[in-house]
Write a protein that binds this ligand. Structure first.
Ligand SMILES: Nc1ncnc2c1ncn2[C@@H]1O[C@H](COP(=O)(O)OP(=O)(O)OP(=O)(O)O)[C@@H](O)[C@H]1O
Ligand SMILES: [Mg+2]
Length: 339
C-alpha cells in the first residue's frame, strides 16, 4: 500500500465509539388507499384508523446500525446513545453481535426512539417519529466512556439529538479524541453555525452526495475550504460508489459491489460507514476501507432490515475479492480471521 495508508493515529488496540440514534421501526401495511378515507372538507377534524395487515418491527437507529456492522466485522465497538426501558431485547441482540452496550444511557422516563410508518397500496406513507429517550443523549458524558475503554481511536458523531451531537463533538475536542462528523439526515435541520461547529476539529467527515451539496449550500464553503478544516472526507454516491478525499492527496474513487438481489436499501449508508471504519481500525489504506464499506453495503441491500445480514469471514473476503480483486480479498481476510 502506498501513501493512502490509513489513519496514522488509529490502531487495532484502539476502540471505536459510535454515538447517535438507537431506534426501532414499526412498519405497517394498509391494504387500501389513504386517499379513499381522507375527505378534503374534513381535514380540520381528522380521526382515522387504518386496519393494517402486516407489522414488521425492525431494529435501527444510525448508531446501532453502524455498531452492528462493526461487530459483524469482528470489532468490539462501543455504542453510546440513549434508550428507554423497552431496550432490553434490543440490547441482548446487539450484545450477541459483538456490540459493547455498557455505555448506553437508560432514560427512566422515555421509551426508546420509535419510527411508526404505515404504507398504503399506492406506496403513500403516513409516519410518525417519536424521539423519546434520544433527547436524553444530551445528558451523556463521554469522560466515563473513554475511561472505561482506554484508548479511543475514533468516535463517530452520527445522527442524534442535535444538542447531543454538539456536546459529543465538544467533548471529543476537549479530550483530544479523534472524531468523525457524520450528520447525515440531521444536516437538513442544522444551521450553518451548527455545521461549522461540528466540522471544527473533526478528523473526518462522512456524507452522501445530497448531504454534501447541502453542506456546501448551507455553509457557503467550497470543497477546498472544507478540506482545509477536515483532512479526510468520505462521500457516498449511491449506485455510483464513493469518493475519498484527503488533504494534499489525489481523490480516490471506489465503485460498488454488484448486489445479488434488491431487497431493501435502508441502512446502506450506515453499513458503508461501518465497513470504512473497520478498515481504518485494521490500518488498511483508504481505498480498501471504501471497498470494505461498499461490500458491507451490498449485504444490507440484499436483506430486509438494517441488521439482518450474515456472512462468514471467508464469504466476506471472497465477496471483496470478487468485486475488487484477489489482493483486496486476501488483505481483508487476514484481518477478519484475526478478528
Ligand atoms: N444500488 C447500489 N448497488 C450497490 N451498492 C450500492 C447501491 N446503492 C448504494 N450502494 C453502496 O452504499 C453506499 C452508500 O450509499 P448511499 O450514498 O446511497 O448512502 P445514503 O444515501 O446515506 O443511504 P441511506 O439511505 O442509508 O441514508 C454507496 O457508497 C455504495 O457503496
Ligand atoms: Mg444516509
Amino acid at each position: 500500500m502506498t501513501g493512502d495508508a490509513a489513519a496514522r493515529w488509529f490502531n487495532t488496540r484502539m476502540r471505536v465509539v459510535v454515538t447517535g440514534s438507537i431506534a426501532t421501526d414499526h412498519l405497517m401495511t394498509f391494504p387500501g388507499r389513504f386517499a379513499d378515507s381522507l375527505m378534503k372538507e374534513q381535514l380540520e377534524s381528522v380521526s382515522l384508523s387504518f386496519l393494517a395487515t402486516d407489522l414488521q418491527v425492525r431494529r435501527g437507529g444510525s448508531a446501532a446500525n453502524i455498531a452492528f456492522g462493526l461487530g459483524r466485522l469482528g470489532l468490539a465497538p462501543a455504542l453510546v446513545g440513549a434508550v428507554g426501558e423497552d431496550f432490553e431485547d434490543y440490547r441482548s441482540w446487539l450484545d450477541r453481535h459483538g456490540v459493547d452496550t455498557a455505555s448506553v444511557h437508560l432514560s427512566d422516563v422515555h421509551q426508546t426512539a420509535r419510527f411508526v410508518c404505515t404504507t398504503d397500496v399506492a406506496g403513500n406513507q403516513i409516519a410518525t417519529f417519536y424521539a423519546g429517550a434520544m433527547q436524553d443523549a444530551r445528558l451523556i458524558e463521554l469522560g466515563p466512556v473513554a475511561e472505561r475503554l482506554g484508548d479511543v481511536g475514533l468516535l463517530l458523531v452520527s445522527p442524534n439529538d442535535p444538542v447531543a451531537m454538539a456536546n459529543h463533538a465538544d467533548e471529543a475536542r476537549f479530550r483530544g479524541i479523534p472524531f468523525a462528523a457524520d450528520p447525515s439526515q440531521q444536516l437538513s435541520s442544522m444551521t450553518s453555525d451548527q455545521i461549522m461547529h461540528l466540522l471544527d476539529g473533526a478528523a473526518m467527515l462522512f456524507s452522501n452526495e445530497y448531504e454534501s451539496a447541502l453542506l456546501h449550500e448551507r455553509t457557503g464553503l467550497t470543497s477546498d475550504e472544507i478540506m482545509a478544516r477536515v483532512p479526510l472526507r468520505v462521500t457516498t454516491l449511491g449506485a455510483n460508489g464513493a469518493l475519498v478525499e484527503q488533504r494534499g492527496e489525489p481523490a480516490i474513487e471506489v465503485g460498488v459491489v454488484p448486489e445479488k438481489a434488491k431487497a431493501d436499501p435502508t441502512g446502506v449508508g450506515d453499513a458503508f460507514r461501518a465497513g470504512f471504519v473497520a478498515g481504518m481500525a485494521w490500518g488498511v489504506g483508504y481505498e480498501r476501507c471504501a471497498q470494505i464499506g461498499a461490500t458491507l453495503a451490498a449485504y444490507v441491500i440484499e436483506t430486509v432490515g438494517t441488521q439482518e445480514y450474515e456472512f462468514t469471514p471467508t464469504e466476506f473476503a471472497e465477496r471483496v475479492a470478487g468485486a475488487f480483486g484477489a489482493a483486496a480479498g486476501a488483505e481483508v481476510a487476514t484481518h477478519l480471521v484475526r478478528g
